[in-house]
Design a protein around this ligand. Structure first.
Ligand code: CA
Length: 228
């Protein structure tokens, strides 16, 4: 699928230069000239990457990046900051607010494209629809199916999403908050014990094949999906 990139830059000439280069490289490009306008576009649809200028009229790019990181829906949106400032301190501040990468103006289009590609690649594993297999349990995101060996397992959409997230983050301790953020996403008002309810259902569904053993409760920490 073609990656979509939102450019947020108030200087029309630079915005156009970026748009032309990105389109030429095959990306679908949308543009905003302020954080406010970008916010409206993000409400309608999330792009795969935001190319965000530091210096914007009104809310600055840095403030906007901070806000995107603090919002569950946009928390994992890849952000590349664009700026004329080259000082190390500014660069650090950019990373502190949660930008994933940083390009200094004037930039070479070739370098910019390479960084955009690299960032999209880093961000992609979470969105790729590739099957995952652990301990004889196989999950196919594109066909929405789960198998234990060759036996299909029936799951609700939430349990399916939960299992998918577990399998992609095997061996890591995942807190209830982290699971809520990543599996439930936008739904910030869901209580943490909801997670336990779905884990229980998931364990029940995986029980007959013995794969429930893969979901470990970590005392005081949350859950861990065993890697094998
Ligand atoms: Ca600017």
């Amino acid at each position: 699928m073609t990656a979509r990139i939102l450019i947020v830059e108030d200087e029309a000439a630079i915005r156009e230069l970026l748009a032309v280069n990105l389109r030429h490289a095959g990306y679908v490009v949308t543009q905003a000239d302020s954080a406010e306008s970008a916010r409206q576009q993000l409400e309608a649809a999330l792009p795969d990457l935001v190319l965000l200028d530091w210096m914007l009229p009104g809310q600055s790019g840095v403030e906007f990046a901070k806000q995107l990181r603090a919002t569950p829906r946009t928390r994992e949106l890849p952000i590349m900051l664009l700026t004329a400032r080259a000082q190390e301190g500014d660069k650090l501040q950019g990373f502190e607010v949660g930008a994933d990468d940083y390009v200094t103006k004037p930039f070479s289009p070739r370098e910019l494209l390479a960084r955009v590609r690299a960032l999209l690649r880093r961000a992609a594993p979470d969105s790729l629809d590739e099957p995952v297999e652990i301990g004889g349990l196989r999950l196919e995101p594109d066909t929405f199916r789960v198998f234990a060996g060759d036996q299909p397992i029936s799951l609700s959409p939430t349990e399916f999403k939960l299992l998918h997230y577990f399998m992609k983050h095997a061996d890591r301790v995942l807190s209830r908050t982290k699971l809520l953020d990543n599996v439930w996403g936008d739904h910030v008002y869901i209580e943490e014990r909801t997670v336990d309810v779905h884990i229980r259902r998931l364990r029940l569904a995986l029980g007959p094949s013995g794969h429930d053993r893969l979901i470990e409760t970590v005392r005081g920490g949350g859950y861990r999906f065993l890697p094998r």
